[in-house]
Design a protein around this ligand. Structure first.
Ligand code: B4P
Length: 190
């Protein structure tokens, strides 16, 4: 079983690269952004609450996201492993998932951070906003999400670095070039 955390600022290519990793390794995709958007489209209590935070470019509260992920983990019997896409996004989320996995005798094998310059992130997300109409891909909200990433999410790197699980990957280039770099890092840890 292999468990991968795919980390990086908004627009760094986490969702894009997760799809390729699923195809190659048969892992289960656990994207907290996708799960939350699904809750919103179904109009659940969590969705109504999450939408307010997401549309403001803020993180959804830790307690809600952690409970949601722990519940999701129980839905699968004998998986090949998980790709945690966009989770953990705070040190509190990182500590919680570590405890939950340890209780099941499991662990995160590698935490991959996609590094992309800020101007490129903004340009990718503005383009996606124009193409898809995604409500949080609007310039002022994108800027807020980047600020939140630097202040609240980036410390997650230290958490995994201390455990020697952190690997930085250049997130610039074609999708296939970046994927090749990720595969090299994954193969080195399994
Ligand atoms: P997410 O859905 O995780 O959104 P994201 O950070 O923008 O990443 P995404 O995966 O969608 O984009 P990607 O980089 O692949 O989160 C949305 C919101 O949900 C958060 O702001 C927060 O409010 C909430 N949330 C989610 N998880 C949470 C948590 N754990 N705790 C609290 N709140 C949480 O791609 C972006 C664009 O770039 C795409 O259009 C893609 O086609 C393009 N692209 C990708 N690779 C490229 C490349 N190599 N070259 C050019 N373009 C590329």
């Amino acid at each position: 079983m292999i468990n991968i955390v795919l980390f990086g600022p908004p627009g760094s290519g986490k969702g894009t690269q997760s799809q390729k990793l699923i195809d190659k390794y048969g892992l289960i995709h656990l994207s907290t952004g996708d799960i939350l958007r699904n809750e919103i489209s179904e109009g659940t209590e969590l969705g109504v609450k999450a939408k307010k935070f997401m549309d403001a470019g803020e993180l959804v509260p830790d307690a809600d996201v952690i409970a949601m992920v722990i519940h999701k983990l129980t839905e699968y019997d004998d998986p090949m492993g998980f790709i945690f896409d966009g989770f953990p996004r705070t040190p509190e989320q990182a500590r919680s998932i570590r405890h939950s996995l340890t209780d099941k005798d499991l662990r995160i094998n590698i935490m991959i951070t996609l590094e992309v310059p800020c101007e490129e992130l903004i340009s990718r997300l503005v383009k996606r906003g124009e193409e898809t109409g995604r409500s949080d891909d609007e310039r002022s909200i994108i800027e807020k999400r980047l600020e939140v990433y630097l202040q609240q999410s980036k410390p997650v790197i230290d958490f995994y670095d201390k455990m020697r699980k952190y690997v930085a990957i250049d997130g610039m280039g074609t999708i296939d070039e970046i994927f090749d770099r990720i595969v090299c890092a994954v193969e080195a840890c399994i």
